[in-house]
Design a protein around this ligand. Sequence first.
Ligand SMILES: [Zn+2]
Length: 137
Amino acid sequence: MPEDCVFCRIVADEEPAYVVDYDALTVSFLDINAVALGHTLVIPRAHVETLTGMNASQTGALFNSVRQVAGAVQRALDADGFNAFHSSGAAAGQDVFHAHVHVIPRYEDDDISFAPPRHRLTEKEGKRVAERIGDEL
Ligand SMILES: [Zn+2]
């Protein structure tokens, strides 16, 4: 366990956290810097930096916990919906380099926005980029 990883310290019960759920492979706790009340982080117990560093069983366990926690957050906070997202790398906004998925309750009238500008793909771009990604799988 990296000593400087706050999430590993939470897993080891060496750092206080508002834990909402845990199982053999994951721990879920409130984000202390909440976007909205009920903002929860779901993490693998093992220290891996990002989603792409996880094996299939870790990934399955993580997203099963995300599914369960998201439903519980939505019911507990009487939310209209939720966002669940993972940021991988500093460029994507990752600030703690232990993989985690944010679960954020959402309401019809909240002022939260995750709506960056978008670009309509051209046919050439779509074909080229889909082929490049496919080549990497
Ligand atoms: Zn860690």
